[in-house]
Design a protein around this ligand. Structure first.
Ligand code: GN1
Ligand code: MG
Length: 359
């Protein structure tokens, strides 16, 4: 089970304030970074047990402090609370010391909840917009400077471009040939995005990974409950949260879809998502609203160029299910980037019609 036996996982749980001595486990294998297990009492899921990938997140203490602080602010009748189950020492995580230390945390499981990888349902798109707005509004009270950058420059285009160029310089001729078209496309979009000024946008505490399957929905009411996967909760710009949501909501295909005809930009889903963003009242500035559509181009592109870079580097960052998965993801994400670019004026129109700036 992701290299961990039931016995080892139960052993880890003895270091947390959980109710029972033994549980069973079911791995959740969708993530590319951490190792995640559902902790079951019989058939009932009670907790989420997670090993935090410390190669990707090097400041585990800072990361857990971010989450701990954010949970204080994410306190609202319209926002489902998740809590961290403390370790027996009263910490928010447990360090399993050894030759190779590992870092573990336990969170409460929200009963009767579910997540969607993709959707065709405008109610889901609306709910996603509404909860993302709520999340950002609640975190306006957080002190951004108290938050560490869990991955410094995570969505920094210049950094990703530099990493891409290093990978290009080191990749085999064979891979460069295979990836020729994707490399050309990357350079075109980089040139385009260099002309876009986003430097003036305000820094907020954002989620930074608001893909649709990071939103929990109630199975009974179909309402969005809360956001999960808070490792990248740190300073950022709202258009990052906007773009990650758009790329996974208006595209009815998964992000590594190989049949590009299935990759869509569904206008109705976009409109529903924007209505959801407006549902808690105005919270964005005029500058944020005017540049918002760039998020829907920037974010799929950033993920695409990161996947392409990792392919060229030989899959050293993301967990891959097969050799060319990173390459397939980059092609798919670039295809969506193209489709979003083609919808620029549509996005601007819907945004301007539905979103008013605050004050
Ligand atoms: C990674 O492992 P997961 O799915 O939470 C990545 C996200 C991407 C996602 C899918 C720290 O997240 O930014 O949205 O893959 N997280 C990190 O592309 O790189
Ligand atoms: Mg994540």
């Amino acid at each position: 089970m992701n290299n961990h036996t039931n016995h080892q996982l139960n052993q880890l749980l003895t270091h947390f304030s959980v109710a029972k001595k033994t549980y069973s486990f079911s791995p959740l294998t969708d993530g590319f970074i951490n190792d995640t297990f559902l902790v079951l009492d019989g058939n009932d899921p009670l907790y989420i047990l997670q090993r935090i990938n410390h190669k990707v997140f090097t400041n585990i203490n800072g990361l857990m402090n971010n989450i701990h602080d954010a949970f204080e602010h994410l306190n609202d009748t319209d926002y489902q609370k998740i809590t961290l189950v403390p370790s027996l020492e009263g910490q928010s995580y447990y360090t399993n010391k050894g030759a190779e230390p590992s870092y573990w945390r336990v969170m409460t499981y929200i009963k009767d909840s579910t997540a969607h990888n993709t959707t065709k349902n405008t109610d889901v798109a609306f709910e996603a917009g509404k909860i993302i707005a709520k999340f950002n509004i609640l975190l306006e009270k957080a002190e951004a400077n108290n938050y560490v950058d869990t991955i410094p420059q995570f969505h920094d285009l210049q950094l990703r471009e530099n990493q891409f160029n290093v990978a290009l310089a080191q990749a085999s001729k064979e891979k460069l040939k295979i990836a020729e078209e994707a490399i050309t496309f990357s350079n075109e979009v980089l040139n385009l995005l260099h002309e876009v000024n986003l430097n003036h946008l305000p820094i907020r505490v954002c989620h930074n990974d608001t893909k649709l399957n990071n939103i929990l929905f109630s199975k009974s009411t179909n309402k969005a409950l809360c956001l999960i996967d808070l490792d990248t909760l740190m300073r950022g710009k709202f258009l990052f949260d906007f773009g990650d949501a758009v790329r996974t909501i208006v595209n009815t295909a998964p992000e590594d879809e190989q049949n590009h005809e299935k990759i869509t930009f569904e206008k109705e889903l976009f409109e529903a998502f924007i209505s959801g963003l407006a549902a808690n009242g105005p919270f964005l500035s005029k500058e944020e609203i005017e540049t918002l559509h760039w998020g829907a181009i920037l974010m799929p592109f950033l993920h695409g160029i990161r996947a392409l870079t990792d392919y060229l580097n030989g899959n050293i960052y993301y967990k891959v299910a097969y050799e060319n998965q990173n390459y397939d993801r980059s092609l798919s994400l670039f295809n969506f980037t193209k489709k979003a670019l083609a919808q620029t004026s549509f996005m601007q129109k819907i945004i301007a019609k539905n979103l008013a700036s605050k004050s």
